[in-house]
Design a protein around this ligand. Structure first.
Ligand SMILES: Nc1nc2c(ncn2[C@@H]2O[C@H](COP(=O)(O)OP(=O)(O)OP(=O)(O)O)[C@@H](O)[C@H]2O)c(=O)[nH]1
Ligand SMILES: [Mg+2]
Length: 271
């Protein structure tokens, strides 16, 4: 029997994704390369978690589920998943939505980017070759506006800072004080990239085509937009006056039980 290596883990947060969950899990396991999958479900009333459990026998030792009691936001779901992944020993940890906005086939390209030296690989809609399909114009305007706004305020050189299709090297997640990340929506995605950038890791954008969800309901709301607008200002403020970089750096108790400071920090930005 081949040895099962704990190299790549795709974290998928779910809230009421009954229509998508089986297909997205199957799609990941159909890929040529081996990716394990961790679902973080927030007690979805539609029974998403039960569907995941029904697939355990089909994917033994490769499919995992963490259940939380109530809807606590995408950001805290990912933080929970990052801690889980680090403890298990995964080297490449991915964020992906359950709704097929992110094409699972692109996981391999994100992996290659990190394997070739990036600390963070971002599936990007707004670099050359990237695209958005089937989103209404107002949604595209909001997303592009948020990207521009973030770049202007933070100066972070990332064209798609709110992107939620990401691969992190474990060294990046170990270096960040994850319990200090408090945002939950777009601001969470922005802060994770901002923290990695401030800690000197390279962020590489990989062009992807993002598709609007066909099944299930969006969880976007005004609160998430407001958090994004204020959150970006807060990040800039903290980095200007409050030594954000030191605060976001993990100071041991670390993020995992067998944490060791990496000897080589992956390629540094010159900023
Ligand atoms: N565990 C958990 N997952 C969530 C929560 N909110 C959203 N999700 C999941 O996070 C992913 C992204 O959520 P979406 O509703 O697609 O949000 P979005 O992509 O910003 O919005 P749309 O483009 O309109 O779909 C999906 O897999 C959701 O099921 C939450 O509070 N907890
Ligand atoms: Mg979505």
């Amino acid at each position: 029997m081949p040895i099962h290596d704990l190299e790549k883990l795709v974290i998928i947060p779910t809230y009421n994704e009954r229509e998508n969950i089986k297909s997205i899990i199957d799609a990941v396991f159909l890929l040529q390369q081996q990716f394990d999958v961790l679902i973080i479900d927030d007690g979805s009333p539609d029974g998403t978690a039960a569907i995941v459990k029904s697939l355990f026998l089909k994917y033994p030792g490769q499919l995992f589920l963490e259940e939380r009691k109530g809807k606590s936001g995408l950001g805290t779901a990912y933080i929970h998943g990052f801690g889980w992944a680090l403890q298990k020993g995964y080297d490449f940890i991915f964020e992906m939505d359950a709704d097929f906005s992110h094409n699972p086939c692109d996981l391999q390209r994100l992996y290659e980017a990190c394997k070739n030296g990036a600390g963070v690989a971002v599936g990007s809609r707004y670099v050359k070759g990237g695209a958005v399909e089937n989103w209404p114009t107002n949604r595209i305007a909001l997303s592009k506006g948020a990207s521009l706004y973030t770049r202007i305020i933070t100066w972070m050189p990332v064209m798609d800072p709110t992107a939620g299709f990401v691969c992190y090297r474990r060294e990046v997640l170990e270096a960040i004080n994850l319990s200090g990340i408090h945002f939950v929506g777009y601001a969470f995605q922005i802060e994770m990239k901002f923290a990695a950038w401030k800690l000197g890791f390279t962020i590489k954008e990989v062009p992807i085509t993002f598709k609007d969800r066909k099944l299930g309901d969006s969880k976007m709301n005004k609160g998430i937009i407001k958090e994004g607008v204020l959150g970006v200002l807060k990040l800039r403020w903290l980095s200007l006056f409050k030594n954000y970089r030191n605060n976001v750096k993990s100071t041991c108790p670390n993020n995992t039980l067998n944490f060791q400071q990496p000897e080589v920090v992956w390629e540094k930005n010159n900023f």
